[in-house]
Design a protein around this ligand. Sequence first.
Ligand SMILES: *[C@@H]1O[C@H](CO)[C@@H](O)[C@H](O)[C@H]1NC(C)=O
Length: 593
Amino acid sequence: MDKRLLSFLIIGVVFLCLATLSQSESEDEDDGVVVTEEQDPVIEDVSYRSPTPSGSVYFAEHFDDTQQFKKKWVLSEAKKDDIDDDIAKYDGKWEVEAPQNNGLSGDFGLVLKSKAKHAAISARLDRPFKFTVKPLIVQYEVTLQEGQECGGAYLKLLSHGKQTADLRQFHDKTPYTIMFGPDKCGNDHKLHFIFRHKNPLNGTFSEKHCKKPKDRVEEPFKDKLPHLFTLHVRPDNTFTVKLDHQVINEGNLLDDFTPPVNPSPEIDDPEDKKPAEWDEREKIPDPEARKPDDWDEDAPAMVPDATATKPDSWLEDEPDMIPDPNAEKPDDWDSYLDGDWEAPLIPNPLCESAPGCGPWKPPQINNPAYKGKWHAPLIDNPNYKGKWKPRRIPNPYFFEDKNPFRMTDIAAVGLELWSMSNMILFDNIIITDDQSVADAWAAETFDLKRRKLDKEGESLFSRLVTYTNEQPWLWAVYIIVIGLPIVLVLVFCCGSSSQEKEEQRRVAEAKKTDAVSPDDDVDEDDDASQQAPVNTDSNSQLETQQEEEGAGEEEEAEASGGEVDAEEPKTEEAVSEAGGAPRSPKKHTSRKE
Ligand SMILES: *[C@@H]1O[C@H](CO)[C@@H](O)[C@H](O)[C@H]1NC(C)=O
């Protein structure tokens, strides 16, 4: 009874504290509320005007001018080779339109409308970007308006040359200089930065993949908000990758890419073979050792126990099984058809009380004379030469490119994508050699968008506070909604409360078969029942938690097509095997199925 009273007291105090807290809170916020009202609680529209880039710009596109867009951008009419004709066409739909949610008025973006289709579109730069003494800055916005299940939203900076002379022929094998941007499938979140490096010896190109960012980039794939991707590559071969103005990856073209730009100066000599007499055995059987004369390899592992004797009461003449003396021949037994009737066998009841029936055999025991096959002991091999390694020779294909920054000129920017989630919105693409130009461009576009979104979030909160102060009873609702669970958690976790005991007592009582007057032995019941129901409760809490965790795992596994672990090298492999496209078309179609 005392405990119960104490618990009520505690709850009372907690409520009082919360009430006081809320009171002082509302007083504090009175000032704030006035200010908010002055500011006008209605969302002030962030006014947007299509930006005009100033400074050194190679390409800038805000997608707000449909006429301009139509002049500048070229839809691919190509077909992907090496896949079936019906899915080989780039027939994905693109549309210039306003964002689905919270757009700035007058701001449009390029939206990939179709899912599970190949889509390709590109536009020529105002002038080619040449990798000389100025850095390359590529920046653009992506809003995965429907999230992303599986698919890319990266840019390809197409290489200058014959294959980009006609952008209507843009397809997955069209040579690019840099590929940059987000890509995801299942649980594999990527932010690509791939460049194609020209081998100075024979002129072939190979893809170099940037190391992964330190932290997983997940938010842009699920929050459905605009995100700004920036790549900055400098003539000193350093690079920086930024997400929403924050540096998330940086390094050097020479050190942070796989495979490395420069091959190893030495390689294993392919001509060098292990000599036949090369002895790699560290230990050998001692050639001096002889099998001892008394070593009997044929001695059996088990022998009958010679010391065992037949127990006196062993019934040697009794069979284990006897015909059931109580069985009777069924009336409808037809000896002609069914043969002679025999009673079914049952275990001999005499054997049950005796140590055994039937012929007695001594039990088998381990043979003390058993030695098994003789082996010579191992000794150090006097001829051991160590593990054989081929001789190292200078790499005949060695080269050293100290300036991988000097990539192929960029002629155009392209989107060549396949996605399981549609409504991917691209916006505000800029290619410049001056970070301040990119920053200014973002200030007039992306930063405004995010400010508007933040304001909306903010004003929602401040409006809530204002409203609540006008309707103070709402504080009580908050206290109950927020405070009560806390109190309950405290009560359940930090020892038993009176209500709980009451509950336990009832549970315990319900289990009893003989009804006892409830007040008879309250204390006894309290003590006795204290453990079981409490445990039951925490167990069920644990179970719910585990179920939830389990469900989460399942979801993840599902999202990644059940390959939570095996995803990494797979996509990497897909990137190289596609020879330009980060995913092979076959992979895509199989995912579709
Ligand atoms: C060029 O050199 C690279 C690296 O040694 C090699 O892998 C590639 O096969 C060569 N290509 C041609 C066409 O010789």
